[in-house]
Design a protein around this ligand. Structure first.
Ligand SMILES: Cc1cc2nc3c(=O)[nH]c(=O)nc-3n(C[C@H](O)[C@H](O)[C@H](O)COP(=O)(O)OP(=O)(O)OC[C@H]3O[C@@H](n4cnc5c(N)ncnc54)[C@H](O)[C@@H]3O)c2cc1C
Length: 434
């Protein structure tokens, strides 16, 4: 196939992919030096760390998401709606699945796109570890559709409970996975019930909510320093969350979970947020090296180990760290990789040497809804590793999202978005109620 202009195709418009498409569009697309094409199966981008807030209704993603089409127009790249299903490395072609309407009518047939440079940034999904019943009975929080599904189920559950309240009956919500998603979701649920009571769900009582947070390891937030884990554990317990550590789930059922020690955990709503993996299909299609989590193995230049013209960034990439281990699947890593990948693609086009990626951990923050926020900041000169909590931690947590918005929209537009958000906080309900 003859390619007239360099074609750079980015698959996945998440934290890493959209930042990369924006930078490449502004640099190369604007001057017509390359065709930049972003592919995603969603029409809109939502910053994934906000999903638990969409799930509990404290954030409305209709307001907080970015349309790929309009963003592409403003930043000189093209957007293709579609789901990647195949990569033909030899002929440099990717295949996108056909798109059907909601009633099953064919809307767009299967398509192919050719590329000179391909960047895989398709993120990750929850890892169910093939545990029986998890796929059938648990809700995952991997994308906005699943977050909406949880939101509907949660509202129905709270509504029916507020009308048909039975004495000594609790609203049991079990969340498996004591990482950031599980912890943040647990706290947000208490905020949701509080707001629903204020909006007239008089039959509800905060004490009726029984959130059970289940973790297989010794403590929640196992990847964060122990002191943060301890503070968060105490804060959640104060809210009313029942934390079960060293609890291994062996199966999920319509009534709840079974554990390895033979205990049954009853739940009206079940969430699975225990670990991640790259989507399964990647292992079968790419003929690129992958690890046991299906992540594409990349060199420190972020090029995949078997093909220098295919890069991988973010959660779907397995990138070695200089001091051993692998880069963790986090938003800050996806952002840093997008920045380096941008530089390396320019270097590749200019026949220059590519730079090596070195992960910088700036710390982690966990939001406990409006109740608290806890985390650590890791710096170089002024401080080494300090713990922050309360208002300061909350501000830094919000800043992370604002920085992503600045990356995509610049300072002026982000300033206007912040203004609109402040107005919305005054004129809109404090919880999405439908
Ligand atoms: C509830 C929650 C809270 C989190 N909180 C934090 C936090 O506080 N701090 C932090 O650092 N990290 C957090 N994370 C993790 C963080 O969101 C991820 O590490 C980050 O989003 C990874 O970025 P990415 O670009 O690799 O993938 P993503 O942002 O997940 O984007 C992947 C994109 O690829 C698209 N896609 C997937 N498959 C295909 C396909 N076959 N074809 C086309 N498009 C496809 C998806 O639609 C999506 O737009 C959180 C995650 C969750 C779920």
């Amino acid at each position: 196939m003859i390619v007239s202009k360099i074609k750079i195709v980015i698959v996945g418009g998440g934290v890493g992919g959209l930042e990369l498409a924006t930078k490449l569009g502004n640099k190369l697309g604007r001057k017509n030096k390359a065709d930049i094409i972003l592919v995603d199966y969603n029409q809109n981008h939502l910053w994934k760390p906000l999903l638990h807030e969409v799930a509990t209704g404290s954030l409305d993603d209709n307001i907080n998401s970015i349309s790929y089409l309009s963003h592409a127009k403003n930043h000189y790249f093209n957007f293709e709606l579609g789901r990647l299903i195949d990569i033909d490395r030899k002929n440099k072609i990717i295949t996108l699945a056909k798109i059907n309407t909601s009633n099953g009518k064919l809307l767009i047939p299967q398509r192919q796109l050719n590329f000179n440079i391909l960047i895989m940034s398709i993120g990750s999904v929850s890892n169910d570890f093939n545990i029986i019943g998890v796929k059938e009975y648990c809700i995952f929080l991997d994308n906005p559709q699943q977050a909406h599904h949880f939101h509907n189920e949660m509202l129905n559950l709270f509504f029916s409970y507020s009308i048909r309240k039975k004495i000594n009956n609790k609203i049991n919500i079990a969340i498996v996975g004591g990482g950031a998603t599980g912890v943040e979701l647990s706290a947000e649920l208490y905020n949701s019930i509080e707001k629903l009571i204020s909006y007239g769900y008089k039959g509800l009582n905060k004490k009726d909510l029984n959130v059970i947070l289940i973790e297989a390891g010794e403590r929640i937030l196992p990847t964060l320093p122990e002191r943060i884990s301890t503070v968060v554990h105490d804060e959640l317990t104060k809210l009313g969350v029942l934390i079960l550590t060293k609890t291994i789930i062996t199966s999920a059922h319509n009534y709840g979970f079974n554990t390895k020690s033979g205990v049954k955990i009853y739940a009206d709503l079940m969430v699975w947020a225990a670990g991640i993996k790259a989507p399964d299909f990647i292992k079968k299609i790419s003929y690129l090296e992958t690890n046991k989590l299906n992540q594409l193995l990349v060199k420190t230049t972020l090029q995949t180990t078997l093909d220098n013209n295919i890069f991988a960034i973010g959660d779907c990439a397995s990138c070695p760290k200089k001091n051993g281990g692998f880069v963790p699947p986090r938003a800050q890593a996806a952002h840093q990789m997008a920045t380096l990948c941008y530089k390396n693609i320019i270097a590749l086009l200019e026949y220059k040497d590519l730079k090596e990626y070195s992960y910088k951990d700036y710390g982690s923050l966990v939001s406990l809804s409006h109740y608290n926020a806890v985390g650590n900041l890791i710096g170089n000169l002024v401080f080494n590793d300090i713990m922050i909590k309360g208002k300061i931690a909350r501000i830094v947590y919000i800043l992370l999202y604002r920085m992503h918005q600045i990356m995509l929209n610049g300072y002026i537009k982000t300033g206007l978005i912040i203004l609109v958000d402040s107005i919305n906080r005054i004129i809109r309900p404090k919880l999405k109620l439908y």
